[in-house]
Design a protein around this ligand. Structure first.
Ligand code: SF4
Length: 309
């Protein structure tokens, strides 16, 4: 029986992703009103070995040595994964024994200013911190943080992490209509994002019932206008694949999104994957198709991509 691993699940962004949950339910530094796991029962900033690291490693070895077909191993689950002090050892184990798999960390960003946490995450391929409010009022209203957490220190921490982190960083913003979508709140979020300099922003919204009554998803047009307010920062496309819709790599809308992203200059397959929200395997097929139509130049050996003029 698996205690710490779940999935793999298919994700448009990460492909086949095996989840690791390092926390007793539900241990977190925040208690977000939209959290799909329900209320936080242990709200804390205190790090610790919250489940035995050796047991997580044994379960990973047991699972991965069977020859899994996955793209990412992703730290996520019901709580904040950086609260676990063994996360660096587990990432190091993955890199040493299973370098064929990429490592992603989904985090609420509250501990990223801690030099120990920064060092422990440095070998991850992708880190996805969230920032739902950039004013103290919105942060408290949406995220209901543990005592002692202030939004400015969270923003400073994410920005500090970004400066030293060699991997890809995707900043996730959960849009809660009425709480963080006013012009003033969006301007504060944009200022914070400009400071953090993520590879891309991802806007998220409610797609399942929230524990807090009254949390609703924004309409598609509203989400698109919010996306526009972050210009010139790259924001992942706000669209879900509809039932029966052709695979993303044959869709003209996806072609247009990729061409728009490349207008900023040449990039790598990994970075373009984060900006477009399309997993690398699908994106490589898309790019080969676009290259055959003389739309882009894609060098699969160096993973460099650029517009073809
Ligand atoms: S940070 Fe994530 S796990 Fe923690 S309360 Fe918010 S949504 Fe839930």
């Amino acid at each position: 029986m698996r205690r710490f691993l779940f999935g793999p699940v298919n994700s448009r962004r990460l492909g086949r992703s095996l989840g690791i949950d390092l926390l007793p339910f539900k241990t977190c530094s925040l208690d977000c009103i939209y959290c799909e796991c329900g209320w936080t029962t242990d709200k804390t900033l205190q790090r610790g070995e919250l489940v035995p690291t050796s047991a997580v490693l044994a379960e990973l070895d047991d699972h991965l040595s069977a020859g899994q077909e996955i793209d990412y191993v992703t730290f996520s689950g019901a709580g904040e994964p950086t609260l676990h002090t063994g996360i660096g050892v587990i990432i190091g184990h993955m890199k040493q024994h299973y370098p064929q798999f990429k490592v992603a960390v989904l985090t609420n960003g509250t501990l990223l200013g801690d030099p120990m946490v920064q060092a422990q995450l440095t070998r991850a391929d992708l880190v996805v911190p969230s920032l739902d409010g950039a004013t103290e009022a919105a942060f408290r209203d949406i995220c209901r943080p543990a005592a002692g957490l202030a939004v400015q220190s969270v923003i400073d921490g994410i920005a500090s992490f970004r400066r030293g982190f060699p991997g890809l960083l995707l900043l996730e913003i959960f849009v809660v209509p009425g709480k963080n979508d006013s012009p003033a709140e969006l301007a504060a979020l944009k200022r914070a994002a400009l400071r953090i300099r993520p590879d891309a922003i991802q806007l998220n919204s409610l797609d399942r019932p929230a524990p807090f009554p009254g949390v609703t998803p924004p309409g598609a047009d509203h989400l698109q206008s919010i996306r526009d307010t972050f210009h010139p920062l790259p924001v992942q496309a706000v669209r879900r694949r509809e039932k029966g819709e052709p695979a993303p790599w044959s869709n003209a809308v996806v072609f247009a999104e990729i061409l728009k992203a490349l207008e900023r200059g040449s990039t790598t397959l990994g970075r373009l994957s984060v900006v477009s929200g399309i997993r690398e395997g699908d994106l490589a097929k898309t790019l080969a198709q676009m290259a055959s139509q003389a739309l882009v130049h894609y060098d699969s050996d160096s993973s460099q991509v650029r517009l073809r003029h």
